[in-house]
Design a protein around this ligand. Structure first.
Ligand code: PRX
Length: 651
């Protein structure tokens, strides 16, 4: 690694392999050549309003929009004056076409139970549940908090909220009671949706129990609707808690989709930033709807006969955009799977691909690294020849994993789309269009039409090709976040103040001489653990809330499967640094945030290494955590401040 001016990091990775789209694929693709892509991108860049405005006709408008974009940086209003409804576009719009009886959703539960919903059936379920919400008093603008396993009812609940103009806040089912309560309070949620339990590797996750604890601290939540998933008993609080099946049994079948202004808030999704408090990223209906529909169609080259499978949990943005809204807006058939990839065995994903004849498979590099570790034999046991396109998302994919995916899963004939985007961007921003753009392992290649990125230094000046810098987006796009819930100042400050007139993504990247983008990791203290964003400060705050902890520093260290693992350094106020305390602290973080944030390593130290101005020397701790700096004998209590002193003498 070489350091660049402006504190940027350049890469030493040189990857020169190029894989053109296979000709059989390109011949049938919607966008079938580099020339076609470049023409489309150039035309879009020349006039983004005309570009998105002409595509918006693909949505149903109760009232047509008058203006494509009103841009008062950083506030965007897309499709001004128009009225539409994303639930209508995902469901009702297909009922007047042959897709009415097409499978919209094929679901498989972890124990092997399965259900299929046609567009018509899904519409019916969504209408019923929208009536349930109405009966509970949910109105346009109310926030509904959803903490559920990966079951069809989760998608049904989201679409029901959208139908009424209510705002959903989906909380990943791996988060703790504390995390649910924080999010409920920040959003002012009125209703909670959950299930009794969820299945995970044959175990039952106590979702309702977590919700009970959370609701003790969520005074705004008045009702809780509980889906019976496993059937084990749960506590039901009289007056507050209702069974899903009881309420839907009484609900009428019809519920017209509300005609909603384009900028009606659709959802809040909490994600980690560089402070201790997760931020509620706000998305609105019409622009997001168009953006996820078009990116889904372009990037996955979707054809009506395909089965599309995105393995992400709906609790993350990938699941919102490419398990629910993107595919349904496009009239696709998608597979949804409830459980773990290694249950009942490590061949589960390949077995599902064989069973449902999946054509397009979208997963994460952390999963791919796990598949490699589990071994090729699990793949060989199944017929996965139905696959025609592969995708990845969540973090950069290392070229070795890319090559394995290409050879072993793609049989050297399926293009791979490495898609770069964020919770904030709503949908895919950079990715190969699979029939048009040759791929290079480890690069997300080029921006999709309508997206205009740049790499700049910390003063906002573009850097030359090949040099690392900050990734920014220079023009608004319809799927962009509209703000941070309840904190527009933070929105402006974090995304729109550091580089003039550009959205700061928070990633370092470089663009090579062919115009290919390579993402090089975050510029802030955000970790990427198994494709999930975690803030070091959030983990540190959780640790410091333990009565025995005086100070804590969290850093990422490389991990073969998860990409990054969480390593923490802790100084104690009192007590002994024992293994029992280590266990207790891990459990404490799990309780405060959730299992995904649990530290992998905990080291006790007499003092944390700090600069003269008192800033923790994270780079040194990172080196120690990844084994790059010798710390001598590992006794239980170490004094890393001595190393820091040595280093500052070196520097
Ligand atoms: O650092 C980038 C990384 O994940 C971050 C966004 O995380 P999140 O909002 O949780 O959304 C993840 C799913 C869209 C980015 O800032 N990231 C995501 N995709 C890629 C990536 N890094 C490299 N290559 C990718 N394809």
């Amino acid at each position: 690694m070489a350091k660049q001016a402006g504190g940027q990091i350049d890469t030493v990775m040189q990857e020169s392999r190029v894989f053109p789209p296979p000709s059989e694929f390109a011949e049938r693709a919607q966008i079938g050549s580099m020339a076609a892509y470049e023409k489309m991108w150039r035309e879009a860049a020349a006039d983004i309003e005309r570009f998105w405005g002409s595509l918006a006709g693909e949505l149903h408008w109760f009232r047509p929009f008058e203006k494509v974009l009103e841009w008062h940086e950083p506030d965007a209003n897309w499709f001004v004056g128009g009225q539409t409804n994303i639930s209508y576009n995902c469901l009702d719009a297909h009922l007047t076409t042959w897709r009415k009886n097409k499978a919209a959703l094929i679901w498989e539960g972890e124990p092997g139970d399965s259900r299929t919903f046609t567009y018509q059936q899904l519409h019916h379920e969504v209408c019923k549940f929208a009536n349930v919400l109405k009966k509970l008093g949910v109105q346009q603008g109310d926030v509904v908090s959803i903490y559920m396993p990966m079951v069809p009812e989760l998608a049904i609940a989201m679409l029901a909220c959208a139908r009424l103009g209510a705002i959903h806040s989906v909380i990943f089912a791996g988060f703790s009671a504390e995390a649910i309560a924080d999010r409920n309070n920040d959003a002012g949620a009125k209703v909670q949706l959950t299930a009794d339990y969820g299945w995970r590797r044959g175990q039952e996750l106590p979702l309702k129990k977590n919700v009970d604890e959370a609701l003790d601290k969520s005074p705004t939540v008045k009702h809780c609707v509980v889906l019976k998933r496993t059937g084990n008993p749960v506590h039901m609080q009289e007056g507050r808690d209702h069974w899903w099946h009881d309420l839907t049994a009484q609900a009428p079948n019809d519920c017209a989709a509300e005609s909603l202004d384009s900028e009606t808030p659709l959802f809040i999704l909490y994600t980690s930033g560089s402070t201790g408090k997760p931020k509620g990223i706000k998305h609105t209906a019409a622009g997001y709807n168009l953006f996820v529909k078009k990116t889904f169609e372009w990037v996955f080259d979707y054809r009506d006969e395909d089965i599309f499978w995105c393995t992400a949990d709906i609790g993350w943005v990938t699941g919102h955009s490419y398990c629910v809204y993107g595919p349904l807006s496009a009239g696709a058939t998608m597979l949804l799977y409830e459980g773990a990839p290694n249950w009942p065995d490590e061949g589960r994903f390949w077995q599902l691909i064989e069973k449902y004849r999946v054509n397009i498979f979208y997963t994460a590099p952390t999963a791919i690294r796990a598949f490699i570790k589990w071994g090729d034999a699990w793949v060989d046991r199944h017929d996965i020849s139905s696959l025609r396109l592969l995708g990845t998302v969540g973090e950069g994919i290392n070229p070795e994993a890319w090559m394995w995916y290409h050879r072993k899963i793609g049989r050297e004939r399926c293009p791979i789309v490495d898609t770069w985007w964020q919770t904030e961007t709503g949908g895919i921003m950079m990715s190969p269009l699979p029939g048009a753009i040759p791929t290079k392992p480890g690069s997300c290649t080029k921006p999709i039409p309508g997206i205009i990125p740049a790499i700049v230094d910390s003063s906002g000046k573009p850097v030359p090709p090949g040099q690392g810098g900050w990734l920014v987006i220079t023009k608004p796009w319809p799927g962009m976040l509209r703000g941070i819930w309840g904190d527009q100042d933070r929105y402006r400050e974090q995304y729109w103040s550091k580089v003039p007139h550009s959205y700061l993504a928070g990633d370092n990247a470089r663009c090579d001489a062919d115009g290919y983008y390579w993402i090089m990791g975050r510029i802030d203290d955000v970790l990427n653990v198994a494709g999930h964003r975690l803030s070091t400060i959030e983990i540190e705050s959780a640790l410091v809330s333990h009565p025995q902890v005086a100070e804590a520093a969290a850093v990422g260290r490389p991990d073969e499967i998860k990409g990054e693992a969480v390593a923490v350094f802790v100084t104690l106020k009192n007590g002994e640094p024992t293994d029992a305390l280590r266990k207790e602290l891990k459990a404490h973080v799990r309780k405060e945030i959730g299992a995904l944030a649990q530290p992998d390593d905990i080291r006790f130290t007499g003092a944390l290494p700090k600069t003269r101005s008192g800033k923790i020397m994270r780079r040194l701790l990172k080196d120690i955590a990844s084994g790059k700096a010798t710390v001598g004998d590992t006794t239980t209590l170490e004094d890393y401040s001595i190393l820091a002193k040595l280093r500052s003498e070196e520097e």
